[in-house]
Design a protein around this ligand. Structure first.
Ligand SMILES: NC(=O)c1ccc[n+]([C@@H]2O[C@H](COP(=O)([O-])OP(=O)(O)OC[C@H]3O[C@@H](n4cnc5c(N)ncnc54)[C@H](OP(=O)(O)O)[C@@H]3O)[C@@H](O)[C@H]2O)c1
Length: 300
């Protein structure tokens, strides 16, 4: 019963559309016939004025009778109208418009579908990243040496040489993933041995000898999934982003102020708790006093 009702509705809609189309065509043709009659009358009237009454016969801008010019313009307009009503209507008529509309709608639907798929993919990736962040067993650690004024480096170089700090770094990071920004990687003579070097860059074609190249910190962390303690080793730009991901900071605080162009971010005591510290005085091998400090993230 409902099927028949639906069929009838479709039929009615089709009939209404046909009647509307027929009415539109009649109006178009009537318009053209009116245009034709007015044009013929005007041309006839102009010719009579121009020839019979010799009205302004000296007005010949194109070296011919003005009635001829007016007649040509009117005929051109008439021809355009004729083409619109009789020729282009069959080329670009209702059927053509409907095909175009269908084509455009299909194209739009495809684009919407594509966009939806991209959004779904992004949402899935986000969910998976969040899931990984919440469920991972990793202890992501940022390791850095920063001065009292948070200075890290200058002209893409370290500012001090503290051999105990280097040993401390080597001992902690050995066998682990070391994640670093492209600039830090380039500040070193070569990739760090006995570690998986991961270099982050936005350059698609970047190659780094003995290192894996990725294009985001998230990708670097995902790559180090199997490592229970991957290290983020700098520099300033990567440390700033790393604060959100890190669970631990192994900081060597150098007790002096230095001129620098790269700085470690502020450690907010509301989010980070100092859990261990080892102080070292300056001596013949160490120009500056320093402390090894471990911070743990305070998880809400
Ligand atoms: N004292 C320390 O413990 C310590 C440790 C490490 C480094 N440093 C010092 O720090 C300085 C270097 O630090 P820096 O801040 O200038 O540079 P950086 O953090 O080492 O590297 C920055 C580069 O990393 C890439 N990058 C950053 N964020 C990215 C993202 N979200 N996605 C993709 N790529 C990204 C970009 O590479 P592209 O430009 O190639 O796209 C960017 O130019 C040097 O002076 C170094 O000696 C000090």
């Amino acid at each position: 019963m409902f099927g028949r009702k639906k069929e009838k509705t479709t039929l009615d809609a089709q009939q209404v559309s046909l009647v509307e189309h027929a009415q539109m065509r009649i109006a178009q043709k009537r318009g053209f016939h009116t245009h034709l009659l007015i044009s013929l009358f005007l041309i006839f009237f102009a010719l009579v004025l121009d020839f019979a009454f010799d009205y302004k016969t000296d007005f010949r801008p194109f070296n011919t009778h003005w009635s001829f010019i007016l007649g040509t313009l009117l005929l051109l307009l008439l021809l355009t109208h004729f083409l619109k009503v009789y020729l282009f209507h069959s080329f670009m008529g209702k059927a053509w418009r409907e095909t175009q509309l269908e084509f455009l709608l299909e194209k739009q639907a495809l684009q919407v579908e594509k966009l939806k798929r991209a959004m779904d993919k992004e949402a899935a990736l986000k969910a998976s990243a969040e899931w990984q962040r919440e469920n991972r067993k990793q202890n992501i650690t940022m390791i850095a040496a920063a001065a009292e004024n948070n200075a890290l480096g200058k002209d893409n170089q370290l500012i001090w040489h503290l051999s105990k700090d280097l040993q401390h770094f080597k001992q902690l990071t050995k066998g682990h993933h070391v994640i670093m920004g492209r600039k830090t990687f380039e500040s070193m003579p070569k990739a760090l041995p006995n570690r998986t070097n991961v270099v982050i860059t936005r350059q698609n074609d970047y190659r780094a000898e003995d290192a894996i190249v990725v294009h985001s910190l998230e990708a670097a962390i995902a790559l180090a999934q199997s490592d229970d303690r991957p290290f983020i080793i700098g520099g300033g730009e990567i440390y700033r982003q790393g604060l959100d991901y890190a669970d631990c900071i192994e900081l060597t605080r150098v007790h002096d102020d230095f001129e620098a162009d790269t700085f470690f971010p502020e450690i907010d005591p509301a989010h980070w708790q100092e859990v261990w510290r080892e102080n070292h005085d300056k001596d013949e091998n160490h120009e500056h006093p320093f402390s090894f400090i471990r911070y743990k993230k305070i998880h809400a």
